[in-house]
Design a protein around this ligand. Sequence first.
Ligand SMILES: O=C(O)c1ccc(O)c(O)c1
Ligand SMILES: [Mg+2]
Length: 654
Amino acid sequence: MRTGIATVCLSGTLKEKMQACAIAGFDGIEIFEQDLVTSPLTPGEVRTMAADLGLTLDLYQPFRDFDSVPEDLLAANLRRAEAKFKLMARLGMDTILVCSNVATASIDSDDLRAEQLGRLAALAEDHGVKVAYEALAWGKYVSDYEHAHRLVEAVDHPNLGTCLDSFHILSRNWDTAPIEAFSPDRIFFVQVADAPKLSLDVLSWSRHYRVFPGEGQFELAKFMGHVVRAGYSGPVSLEIFNDVFRQSDVERTAVDGMRSLIWLEEQSAKWLDANAPVLAAAGAGTVAGFAGAGRRRYPMELATLPQVAEPAGYNFAEVRAADPKGLETVLGQLGFEFNGRHRTKDVQLWTMGHARVIVNEDAPVAAGSTADAAPALTAAIGALGFDVDSPVIAAARAQQLKAPAVPRKSQANEEVFQGFAAPDSTEIFLCQGSPDGTAAWTHEFGEGLDAPAAGEGAVIDHVNLAQPWQHFDEAVLFYTSALALEPQPFAEVPSPTGLVRSQVMATADRAVRLVLNLAPLIQREGDAQPEPSGTGARRTYQEHIAFAVPDLVATARACKARGLEFLQIPANYYEDLDARFGLDPAFLATLQELNLLYDRDADGEFLHFYTATVGSVFFEMVERRGAYDGYGAPNAPVRHAVQYDLMHRLNKTT
Ligand SMILES: O=C(O)c1ccc(O)c(O)c1
Ligand SMILES: [Mg+2]
């Protein structure tokens, strides 16, 4: 698959954008007119630079408001078009995108449109240019890709074809199957964009909320499957208008985009394998599960990736703390047992049932950042280990998806974890899981740890990571593509500093639940500094590890007896809880006495409590009753408010 990206996706100047695209590995780019108009580079210099960078210049765009106009306006439009055709010759470009008229269209006649597009095609032919006509979802008279294509067919000129843009098609819920019937010589260009499903006018949705494939909710593999079956083999190009991408680090965004295309290519191949056309299936029923069997007959070749199943569970969570005293105290009070220090590294192992927490005494400075860029924290989540079928295959997949590897020092006889850095620089390690929930590497901390220690039945239930605002979408794609986690519908949680966007990534069996929180940006006097842009530092927000236990009330009592500091829940909360659920008074009194939170839905019940925060980390204990699948979302605002109040008081007194 030939990969491309429109310059409008990225921040910076045209030169910076082109360099970033080359570094990320794109085959070609679309030049957005605005980027050229504002550039000090001459068209000839752009052409040379692209050639030097190994980038093809695939599409010039956009050319607006051409069709459906009266004759006098048409003459002016043709003049405008000719100027662009001449410019394209200097750039060495041969394809221009013409989008359906949204502004000056005044005549609704397909005959007239076909005639006008025909005149444009004839002019384009004189200049050796191909015109790719795109139906904008909000076009005045042409807003449907099939309509645009009917016009292209009516004109029947070799210099006029269709541009298919997944956003304009999927935002309007148009069926994508008819694409298959399009002649491949008439599909001049294909643009892909994903988006979250929003109830918003389609223009605002398109201009601000597009995201890279895999970061939204559109069925892009299916769209691509139909495009491939049509016989198209040209560039598949990202065209993403996104307010965050436009102000983020350009090289990083380009890599995020490249990852999305690598992933989409694989997903498209899978879709084709799973949806073999009727013809291929006839007489070849036994070949149904044979990867690629139905695919290679298409002109577009689709590369695949090493395959991974979703992880079987958490192997461990690692918290970094240069001075681990506070952390040790809380873990002990929660019921964790200290299982010794590592033979050769400055790390400790704490276990409770099958929940393993590693305390790493390296200072919690994120990978890729310098010590002064990241505020020193007393404790922060540094790494997560996941149980996978084959760590080697999973690591190969992550590497092909451009995940930065993190090497770990290890000695002979020690387990070497394959690891890579997530977008927020949390280190993700791929571990070989055991069916009984134990981990072989614990022997490196001493012998005799085979039997589960205290806290039988305890496991890591979920981990909640705070995401820097500019890497949130990237993180969703990262965990989807590299780790096979599935994004669940996102929620928004009110907090005193703003709305917190909360996105659960989980396996189908819920053995792994990872919650990504986009913390609000508001900084107050005395707060830690916001992270610098680019890679690296973060952790100005609180994040947590949650453990599930079989009996939360008993666990809470034991924790209380050990002196654990619980997050104190206001009385108003319990009054509201009673109003909503009409709980048994004795049970309600127990909840309030122990600072437990409660939720219930059609599937079951949820009890949980939080600890005070150490550095940027706190812990949660949960009990899931029945098939309760949530996280106590109605209680999250209470937690945020109490933590905010505490942090504010701390900041005032220090
Ligand atoms: O938002 C727009 O105007 C616009 C312009 C060109 C495109 O290719 C597109 O998809 C949208
Ligand atoms: Mg487009």
